[in-house]
Design a protein around this ligand. Structure first.
Ligand code: SF4
Length: 475
């Protein structure tokens, strides 16, 4: 019987930037032995397991199957919000943001090349066409000409999202790198050990953060500023500018989204077409939805968005906040404080559960975005920390079990409309929390835990595999 999860060895090796041969040399075994361990065809000995924990700087539990580690999940803090709010081209943090970043870093380091060839492997090759990976790479290298090839046959690759970038000058190859898009817009270079970024926050439970803020009479965003770097506020202002820019572009854009579903961009008409019976409330809903559609459509079109907390859920937070800025005249700084509050909620979810549709379904993406937007709105309204928590809790609770089953694997149906619905839900959650907060029974930490467990139990056909639910519909 297998006592370790073979995929965990591969994950750790890649995170450390080691090839199978290099890891084998460190352990005194062949690269074929490492390959067999990673495929689950054999197991490392106890002595090798101890060596692996030393090389990867992890404890032995890291190699146990998830079901065994779940109950012992140990979290020691949280990363910077800069790692949550990432700026880049949609529609997918792994299939477009990561490759975009790799392309940008390559051209910055090799300004003299006059032609670039990129070869995509694994999942990048299989689904890169639908996600527009090639279009994003070509746009990033422009005006330098670039050719993108999809290699779906090579299987000996270090990571499912691997790409090779070749730089040429006057027909001669002058540079080559192999990069892996490891998720969330992050990349890793083959054979290059990258130090893990440190935790910026020692607390990782909402209850602890709330106690700390109450004891010092500060708001959540002030707690974040105590922990982040001096450049953090500038970065958050940039995040807000990019969010607003995506809304502006989206409500002025028309046409058909790429990918073959023939989905029409609707933000512009939603923004400008009044319902016949329109009251102030239905107008508010329509405008908030138009803003959410705007960002969702820009994301689906491969344009620049901010992960909040992911590309697929990028429209919820900006839609709620921008509507408030227009309606009530909140300053950019007030909005940034609300964004930081939302970031703490998103970071708690990311740290204690997941923000990945592939890992926990859409509850982890749009559900998390709704929870973030509710906490941001509660902060904008100046509600106290208990009401902020309750707003975020209601918003998350009523997304539990939400599946990820986009049609044809494109981040379009149901994703774009779902952002709009979640934005309206966030507003309602704050309204409920403001009136009912003193009778609540469930904490935000409780709901985050429930989300993780629900996501773990969700059948894999509902976790971004395009095998179940709506994804079975043929259009
Ligand atoms: S359905 Fe899946 S791809 Fe679409 S927003 Fe939700 S988690 Fe993301």
């Amino acid at each position: 019987m297998s006592f370790i999860d073979s995929t965990k060895i591969k994950e750790c090796r890649i995170r450390k930037g080691l090839s199978q041969r290099e890891l084998g040399e460190l352990l005194g075994v062949s690269d074929q032995a490492i390959s067999k361990w990673e495929k689950g065809q054999s197991q490392p000995s106890a002595l090798h397991l101890i060596e692996l924990t030393r090389i990867f700087d992890v404890d032995a539990e890291s190699f146990l199957p998830t079901t065994q580690t779940e109950s012992k999940r140990s979290v020691t803090g949280m990363k910077s919000l800069v790692e949550l709010y990432k700026i880049g081209r949609g529609p997918s943090s792994s299939h477009t943001m990561g490759p975009e970043r790799a392309s940008r870093e390559f051209i910055e380091q090799h300004e003299d090349v006059d032609f670039v060839k990129v070869v995509l492997y694994g999942s990048l090759a299989k689904t890169g066409n639908g996600h527009g990976t090639d279009r994003v790479i070509i746009k990033t290298f422009a005006p330098t000409p670039c050719k993108v090839e999809f290699d779906t046959t090579t299987i000996d690759i270090p990571h499912p999202n691997t790409m090779d970038i070749f730089g040429y000058k006057e027909g001669v190859e002058v540079a080559k790198v192999r990069v892996m898009s490891i998720g969330g817009g992050s990349i890793m270079y083959e054979n290059k050990v990258v130090a893990e970024t440190p935790n910026m926050y020692s607390l990782h439970k909402f209850s602890d953060i709330a106690d700390y803020c109450k004891s010092k009479s500060i708001r959540i965003w002030q707690y974040a500023l105590e922990n982040e770097s001096p450049y953090f506020l500038d970065y958050m202002h940039k995040v807000w500018l990019v969010m607003k820019d995506a809304i502006h572009r989206g409500i002025n854009d028309e046409g058909i989204l790429p990918g073959g579903l023939e989905v029409k961009k609707k933000a512009k008409s939603l923004y400008s077409t009044q319902n016949l019976w329109e009251s102030a409330e239905t107008r508010e809903n329509r405008i908030v939805c138009a803003f959410a559609f705007a960002v969702g459509e820009q994301n689906a079109d491969g344009e620049t968005v901010v992960t909040a907390p992911t590309c697929g859920a990028a429209g919820v937070v900006p839609a709620v906040l921008y509507y408030q800025q227009l309606k009530n005249g909140y300053s950019d700084r007030q909005i940034v404080n609300a964004l930081i509050t939302a970031g703490i909620v998103g970071n708690l979810i990311k740290t204690n559960a997941s923000i990945s549709g592939a890992e926990c379904g859409c509850q982890a993406e749009v559900g998390s975005a709704c929870s973030m937007a509710a906490s941001a709105l509660a902060e904008l309204y100046g509600l106290d920390i208990d009401k902020i928590e309750y707003s975020a809790e209601i918003a998350m609770e009523h997304h539990l079990g939400l599946t990820c089953d986009p049609i044809c694997g494109l981040v379009q149906i149901p994703c774009i409309e779902r952002n709009a619905v979640a934005a309206m839900r966030a507003i309602n959650a704050v309204s409920l929390a403001n009136l009912l907060w003193d009778s609540r029974k469930i904490s935000l930490d409780d709901v985050i835990r429930a989300m993780r467990e629900t996501g773990r139990d969700l059948d894999s056909s509902y976790k971004e595999t395009s095998e179940g639910g709506l994804a079975k519909i043929k259009l």
